[in-house]
Design a protein around this ligand. Sequence first.
Ligand code: TXA
Ligand code: MG
Length: 360
Amino acid sequence: MNTKVLKVSDEGNFTGEELEYLKEAAEILKHGGLVAFPTETVYGLGANALDEKAARKIYEAKGRPSDNPLIAHVADFEGIEPLVSRIPEMGRKLAEAFWPGPMTLVFPKSALVPLGTTGGLDTVAIRMPSDPVARMLIRLAGVPVAAPSANTSGRPSPTRAEHVYQDMEGRIEMIIDGGPVGIGVESTIVDVTEEVPVLLRPGAVTMEMLESVAGEVRVDPAILGPVSPDLKPKAPGMKYRHYAPNADLTLVEGPQDRVVSEINRLAAEKLLEGYKVGIICTDETRDSYPAGMVRSIGQRAKEETVAHNLYAVLREFDDLGAQYLFSEGFPADHLGQAIMNRLNKAAGYRIVKVWPEAEL
Ligand code: TXA
Ligand code: MG
């Protein structure tokens, strides 16, 4: 299959030519094909969410286990009702507060949504993205669009069309290139099927933001640490080692000066053994690492820059052939909760803590 790449500006004022491209993409979706497209979080790999056969193609293209359900993307509030059997009050409240935007809600599903889309679950995850390209594409397709992140299963999610091309060339009909995404980590997922909403995956709609609207919010234990075999995460995808770079990644947490010296020590050890070593640091600490391949992931003082660059840096180190990676850790509140959730998983929970004893 020849994968067509079409560029569309992400501003929302589409030219006639861009609209033609989006119509062509919508036709592919309508006819059961696959189109990758930008959203404000990461690039998605889209198919008609109501077409089980199309959903199956997504799993094939990604090499994804078929028990891992897909998120159905809609362009407006009218798109939701046919997909759900009821809208719990809390779901309505959170939707009104944060849609369109980087949040996914889990509802009880209607009979219209095939089990092939929901991984056999009787719930359906729905998101209304704010990205103008995504919204126009969904509108033109006239169907809800199932879209996981457009990476090969297990690789970091794509934040640029080039990342999608690396993973999906020859496997899908089309990639809509809307430039780099804004946020860079996947949407916050909240289950609203129970009385108290449950956070299943942290994202740019933060725990603090959810609590300001919902009051109490529970946190699924799967996002806090390694998933033990007897614990079943409510978002099936959270049990896989996602976001994994090819290299062995170790996270180092503690006060900045101690983190820097520990990373330098660990990196020197591996460099002496002859390995290719990468260091993931921040603008603030960039000049403190004399050896290894050093990449800043963003500004510690502006965590949205860290979220924005995270996956691109992990992919760059794959391209550079890094064998060992050492990364600074981040405070796990606000957007930091999503950043640390992804870094922890990428590291397979290999964490070195260098806090002074008094602070442990
Ligand atoms: O930002 C995003 O959410 C991106 C963009 C493309 O929208 N999509 C994305 O999809 O990250 P994906 O498939 O990579 O991750 C979806 C996660 C998985 O962990 C899956 O298990 C969970 O959502 N999920 C989907 N449906 C669910 C359901 N009914 N109940 C619980 N978890 C669900
Ligand atoms: Mg994914």
